[in-house]
Design a protein around this ligand. Sequence first.
Ligand SMILES: *[C@@H]1O[C@H](CO)[C@@H](O)[C@H](O)[C@H]1NC(C)=O
Ligand SMILES: *[C@@H]1O[C@H](CO)[C@@H](O)[C@H](O)[C@H]1NC(C)=O
Ligand SMILES: *[C@@H]1O[C@H](CO)[C@@H](O)[C@H](O)[C@H]1NC(C)=O
Length: 187
Amino acid sequence: MKFQLSAALMGLAATVVSAQDTQTAPFNLQIKGTNKSSKINGSSISSEYFFNYTGYNKVGNDEAGTLVWNLPYTDPNGNPASESQAMGLYFDSTSNVAAPMFGFSQFTFLVGFNSEGELFGYNYVDDSKFIAGKAPTDLTPKAYYQWAVCWQYFTGYYYQSVAWVLAGAPHNPTCEPVEITKVNIKA
Ligand SMILES: *[C@@H]1O[C@H](CO)[C@@H](O)[C@H](O)[C@H]1NC(C)=O
Ligand SMILES: *[C@@H]1O[C@H](CO)[C@@H](O)[C@H](O)[C@H]1NC(C)=O
Ligand SMILES: *[C@@H]1O[C@H](CO)[C@@H](O)[C@H](O)[C@H]1NC(C)=O
């Protein structure tokens, strides 16, 4: 079974220029259900992805940055070209399940890979620890693992794809928890 990270709505793509990014070699991603009975077992996402990072955001020793892919298109002269697009999150106002998408981001999502190659989401504030009237003092960056595969509905399409559960149990009952792992492409 194959899943996709959606690359929808490219007409609305915004180009973000960040020349100081370091970009890794391309890699594939693998998805595995974490529930014992899960049928999602090592499913691949066949596209090639890159990881862009600045060196500024880290969780421990692990860099945080953006997951990037090259959207192929045909330039006005008819030649193949591509545009580097970063993965952001697309939110639904009445759900806590967000869709990762390239080229259409309400929110650029900082992610990283831990020492086992597992993809995490990055944040340095935890509002579950907030105290009224007291600004948080612990701003330690942390890794979060809140990936799922869910049936999701966008712009008339309904399909099973990768999701990020913002917090707590997913509002969408079709979500299955998964882990996403980097797979190096053999030369
Ligand atoms: C998942 O895949 C691995 C390797 O491909 C296999 O060894 C394992 O038995 C599979 N697990 C399930 C639950 O299907
Ligand atoms: C990722 O980094 C490369 C190398 O610096 C750059 O060419 C590309 O535009 C970056 N992509 C995004 C979406 O910022
Ligand atoms: C995951 O497994 C638990 C316990 O086996 C079960 O209660 C839960 O419904 C499962 N969740 C999904 C989304 O499959």
